[in-house]
Design a protein around this ligand. Sequence first.
Ligand SMILES: [Ca+2]
Ligand SMILES: [Ca+2]
Ligand SMILES: [Ca+2]
Ligand SMILES: [Ca+2]
Length: 335
Amino acid sequence: MRKLALLTIVLLFVGIASANSLTVDFYWEPVQPTDLEEVHFYDNSTGDIIAWIWYFGDGNSSTEQNPVHKYEDNGTYLVRLVVWDKYGQMEYKEKYITILNVPPVANAGEDRIVNNLTVTFNASLSYDLDGYIERYIWDFGDGNSKEGKTVEHEYEEEGIYNVNLTVIDNDGAEDYDEINVTVDVTPPITNYSLNEEKKWYNTSVIVTLNATDNLAGVNATYYKIDDGDWQEYEENFSVSEEGTHKIYYYSIDNAGNVEEVKNFTIKIDYTPSVTNYSINATYGNNGWIVSKAKITLNATDNLAGINKTYYKIDDGDWQEYTKPFNFSAEGTHKI
Ligand SMILES: [Ca+2]
Ligand SMILES: [Ca+2]
Ligand SMILES: [Ca+2]
Ligand SMILES: [Ca+2]
């Protein structure tokens, strides 16, 4: 029985000794770090280890078991972990770690609406966190391109252009950004319409303004009546004061192009004309006419002028007055 117990102890010792044999391994997190991230190295060795030395491959080292290291630049580095156990054994392992470059971020600015064929582009909001941007390449969307952080380009014609910016950092990584640039140098066109087309009105007149624009769209339409203040047009308005009025109007587009002021005239006359008569005749007693009578009608008007004058005799038909007329029928008559 004692022999068996001894054998068991010996076997147990051998088992412990083999469990304590020295192996070296390690890993790190994150698996694909950038040069902005700290890399956590983890010792994965076995054995009765009493010392560690890490060589990170960039000239730096550490004697911690699980060190944290940050690489200054992207690249591939050979990491070596050397371990010693308490029996004086030494083992080491090497692995390549790849530290990634952080790509740049392109920023071409906001979408733009401009009223000039010459446009300035600015990429200065672009950045590279772990280096710097070496190249800024602009594609202006019209077949032309130029290189530079801020560049100026003259378009040949109006249009909506898709502008692309490519930035390349000092490690050759790229990023893109695109914006739309509306180049509009043409003012909007405003037209008016009235509820009714007449030379003279005897009612108020409703004015409607309608503006259109080629590219940028209409921003606002303005009008004024005679010497009044300019007002922004929102919906149709009426002109009702008697007299001759000038309505001025123009629009501005979203690019800032201003239309030349145009105007039209509205003439309003509410006051009826006044017609007077005169009778050329020989009068007897008591207002009786004793000869033929020549009747003249004379009409005047304050604004619009006389269109036509009508008259009728007794129950006769209305007729248009064109010139003085004679009348000689006996009796009492109403003209
Ligand atoms: Ca770099
Ligand atoms: Ca970079
Ligand atoms: Ca326009
Ligand atoms: Ca009148």
